[in-house]
Design a protein around this ligand. Structure first.
Ligand SMILES: Cc1cc2nc3c(=O)[nH]c(=O)nc-3n(C[C@H](O)[C@H](O)[C@H](O)COP(=O)(O)O)c2cc1C
Length: 393
C-alpha cells in the first residue's frame, strides 16, 4: 500500500524499482512537487482514490494446481484488436509535463508490448503524430467541449489518423476538487512565479528538460482554444470553462453515430448507465471514477464490476479502470468478468520517474506479474479465470 515519505534512499534509478509503488517513490523524488501532486492527487479527501486499490485486497484468489502451465497465453481481444495482455494504458493528459518524452515514450512501449493505449484530448503530442508513427491499438480519449467546431474536428482528426477507437469520458462534467493542486497552484503549462520558482528550481533536471526541449503545447486543441497554446490555466478551470455540462445521452448517441467506429464510454459506474450504453450501441465501457480525481466517495470500479458485468457483460465489453498496481489486480478483475483492466498511474509514475525506460520496466513488471499469477492460479489462458477462483473476505 501507499508508502510513507520521506523517500527511502535505496530507490534512486529505474532499475531499483521492482513494483509500481517503487516508481511512485522515484517520481516523488524526481518531479517538482506541483507536478507530482497533480499525478498522485485526487478529489476532496481522496477516499475513492484509496479505495480503488484497496478494493482488490477485499477479494482473495483461490488457485488450482497441477495444471501443466509451461505454455500459457496471456493475450486477449479487446475492442476488436488482439493484444498481448488484458491490460490497457488509460489516456492521461499533459504527459510532456511529467517527462520530456511524454506520450511518445508511452506509445513506443505500448507498441512493443502490443497493448492498447490512449491519448487524451489534452495530450501533448498530436493525434496526427501518434496516428502516423504507432501501429498498435490506440484510442483517442474525447472530451465533449462547448465548442462544437472543436468536437467535430477531433472526430475527423481521429478518423484521418486511423485511430482504432474513440473513448468518450463522461465523469468530468465539472472538475473534481483537487485540493493538492490548489495548494501547489499547479497550472499548465507551469507558471514560474516567485512563489512556485523554488519547487521547480529544486528539480533542475526536470526544469532544464522542460525549458530547453520542445515547447509544451496541447496540439489537439490549439487550433480552437487559447488554452491549447501558451496561456497557463488550472485543469479545474479548463474543465469548468471548456467542457459542456449539458452533455447527455442524446449527445453521446450523436457522437457515436458521427464517429461510426469502435466506441467506448469511460466513467460509467451504475448498472442503469451501463444498460443505456449497451442500448445505444457502445462497443465497450470503462467502469471508472477517473482514478478518484472526480467524485470523491464514489464506489471503486472493482466493487462495481460484478453487478455491471451481470447486467451487460453479454452485450458489450466491460473494462475495469483504476487502482491497478499489481498483476493480481488484473487477474481479479478478469475473474470477475472484465474483458481487461486499465490504469493511468501504473505507467505515469514510471514515465515521470524515468521516461521510456521507466514505462518499459513498469509494463514488463506488470507483464511478469500477470503471467506469473496465471501460472500460480493454474490457468493457461485468461479466459479460464472465473468467479469460482475468487472469495470475498
Ligand atoms: C495525471 C492524470 C491525468 C489524467 N488525464 C485524463 C484525461 O485527460 N482524460 C481521461 O479520460 N482520464 C484521465 N485520467 C484518468 C485515467 O484515464 C484513469 O481513469 C485513471 O488514471 C485510473 O486510475 P489509476 O490512476 O489509479 O489507474 C487521468 C489520470 C491521471 C492520474
Amino acid at each position: 500500500m501507499a508508502r510513507q515519505f520521506p523517500v527511502p534512499h535505496s530507490i534512486r534509478t529505474a532499475s531499483d524499482c521492482h513494483n509500481i509503488e517503487d516508481f511512485r517513490t522515484l517520481a516523488h523524488r524526481r518531479l517538482p512537487f506541483p507536478v507530482f501532486h497533480y499525478i498522485d492527487g485526487a478529489g476532496d479527501d481522496e477516499l475513492t482514490r484509496a479505495r480503488n486499490t484497496a478494493a482488490y485486497a477485499d477479494v482473495d484468489l483461490v488457485p488450482n494446481v497441477l495444471a501443466g502451465v509451461e505454455q500459457i497465453d496471456s493475450s486477449v481481444t479487446v475492442m476488436g484488436r488482439k493484444t498481448n495482455l488484458p491490460l490497457i494504458l488509460s489516456p492521461t493528459a499533459l504527459q510532456r509535463l511529467f517527462h520530456w518524452q511524454g506520450e511518445r515514450a508511452v506509445a513506443r512501449v505500448a507498441e512493443r508490448h502490443n497493448l492498447w493505449f490512449g491519448i487524451s484530448s489534452l495530450s501533448s503530442v498530436s493525434i496526427e503524430e501518434i496516428g502516423a508513427n504507432y501501429s498498435g491499438p490506440k484510442m483517442l480519449q474525447y472530451y465533449f467541449h462547448r465548442d462544437r467546431g472543436l468536437n467535430a474536428a477531433l472526430v475527423e482528426r481521429a478518423r484521418a489518423a486511423k485511430f482504432d477507437a474513440i473513448t468518450l469520458t463522461v465523469d468530468t462534467i465539472v472538475s473534481g476538487n483537487r485540493e493538492r493542486c490548489k495548494r501547489t497552484k499547479f497550472k499548465t503549462p507551469p507558471e514560474f512565479t516567485p512563489a512556485s520558482f523554488l519547487s521547480y528550481a529544486m528539480k533542475p533536471a526536470w526544469a532544464l528538460n522542460f525549458l530547453f526541449r520542445e515547447k509544451f503545447s496541447l496540439p489537439n486543441l490549439d487550433t480552437h482554444v487559447a488554452e491549447g497554446s501558451s496561456s497557463s490555466i488550472s485543469i479545474q478551470d479548463y474543465f469548468d470553462k471548456m467542457l459542456d455540462p449539458d452533455m447527455d445521452w442524446k449527445a453521446v448517441e450523436q457522437l457515436r453515430n458521427d464517429w461510426g467506429g469502435t466506441f467506448c464510454l469511460k466513467g460509467v459506474m451504475s448498472v442503469g448507465d451501463a444498460q443505456r450504453a449497451a442500448e445505444i450501441g457502445c462497443d465497450a465501457i470503462m467502469i471508472s471514477n477517473h482514478g478518484g480525481r472526480q467524485l470523491d466517495g464514489s464506489r471503486a470500479p472493482f466493487d462495481q464490476l460484478e453487478e455491471i458485468v451481470d447486467a451487460v457483460g453479454d452485450r458489450m465489453e466491460v473494462i475495469c479502470d483504476g487502482g491497478v498496481r499489481r498483476g493480481t489486480h488484473v487477474l481479479k478483475a478478469l475473474a470477475t468478468g472484465a474483458k481487461a483492466a486499465s490504469g493511468g498511474r501504473l505507467y505515469l509514475y514510471a514515465l515521470a520517474a524515468a521516461g521510456e525506460e521507466g514505462v518499459e520496466r513498469a509494463v514488463t513488471i506488470l507483464e511478469q506479474e500477470i503471467r506469473r499469477g496465471m501460472r500460480l492460479m493454474g490457468v493457461k489462458t485468461v479466459g479460464e479465470l472465473n468467479r469460482e477462483m475468487l472469495r470475498k473476505r
